[in-house]
Design a protein around this ligand. Structure first.
Ligand SMILES: [Zn+2]
Length: 307
């Protein structure tokens, strides 16, 4: 039996026996490994498709499980091919199913017939999915030659010069690293001085106008100065235009004649028209109010009479 219960007998010596299984002379897989000397391991195998038993001619459905004898029978490239030998549960016949790594499927080798239920794309107007045979069309020798010639030309005209130039650059950089580093550091120091100056002036500007600190200011040269001036002029013109428009509108809509320096003729005409409109409206209102006033007077009279 397998050493599930971990009972270690008194004469068990870990140094000598190693494990309980080896102490009892049993395999870790137990009875399933009884044919291991023939390269056979007993595994549970589930039918991947419907078959008919070749001996009793009974139909056996997909998914029925057997204690199959699993055995490695070969390789497809580095992928092992396994065979599963099962004994029919309805008779004593054996059938064998193998893996087919090339087409990623199972095939019945002997003792049974597979029910053909495979979807055939070619039969249904599609293309075969597993085209492992490759293109078997004859190769045009001239085309092949042209291809290789092109590759050679590309190598000599593009790849080799590129490689050589890269090696030149590498050699130049690695010949005197000290002086190169010196030069680079000196250059960097000079640059850094300029950056610091610029940063200082930028910070001053930002502080003065309360700009966000992470705002990056544009480089100050002739072009940008000119552009900024242009923008400023444009903005100012816009503001002036808007102001004058607003003033004009205010004058036009006010009934009171303004004392501002606008032409008196146009303003007086506007005032006249507005006055006329106001008069019409007042007249209309007074008419309705007199009506209501008369009814009010009548009701007062009737009240007095009733008293
Ligand atoms: Zn059978």
């Amino acid at each position: 039996m397998q050493g599930f219960n971990k009972y270690y007998p008194p004469d068990y010596d870990g140094e000598k026996h190693g494990s309980l299984n080896s102490y009892r002379g049993k395999h870790a897989l137990g009875d399933r490994a009884r044919k291991l000397d023939q390269g056979i391991l007993i595994t549970r195998f589930e039918l991947p498709f419907n078959i008919w038993c070749g001996t009793c001619n009974n139909h056996i459905g997909m998914g029925v499980r057997y204690n199959a004898e699993k055995k490695k029978i070969g390789n497809y490239y580095s992928t092992p091919i396994f065979s599963f030998r099962c004994k029919c549960h309805l008779c004593d016949g054996w059938f064998e199913i193998q893996t087919d790594p090339k087409n990623t499927r199972y095939v019945v080798v002997s003792g049974a017939r597979q029910k053909d239920e495979e979807w055939d794309p070619e039969e249904n107007g599609g293309f075969a999915v597993h085209d492992t045979d490759g293109n078997s069309a004859p190769v045009d020798p001239l085309a092949a030659l042209e291809k290789t010639t092109d590759a050679q030309i590309h190598q000599t005209k593009v790849q080799i010069p590129r490689l050589e130039s890269l090696m030149d650059v590498s050699d130049r950089y690695n010949s005197d690293p000290y002086s190169l580093s010196l030069k680079a550091r000196k250059h960097f120091r000079e640059d850094k001085k300029i950056w610091k100056e610029k940063e200082k002036s930028d910070t001053q500007v930002k502080d003065r106008y309360a700009l966000p600190t992470n705002l990056s200011l544009a480089e100050e040269d002739g072009e940008t100065i000119k552009e900024a001036k242009e923008q400023w002029r444009k903005g100012r013109e816009e503001i002036l235009l808007r102001d004058s428009k607003r003033r004009k509108l205010a004058v036009e809509t006010s009934i009171v004649p303004s004392s501002s320096g606008l032409s008196s003729t146009s303003s007086s005409a506007v005032v006249e028209s507005l006055r006329a409109r106001v008069l019409i409206n007042t007249a209309r209102q007074s008419r309705t109010s007199t009506n209501s006033a008369s009814t009010f007077v009548n009701s007062r009279k009737s009240l007095l009479r009733n008293r």
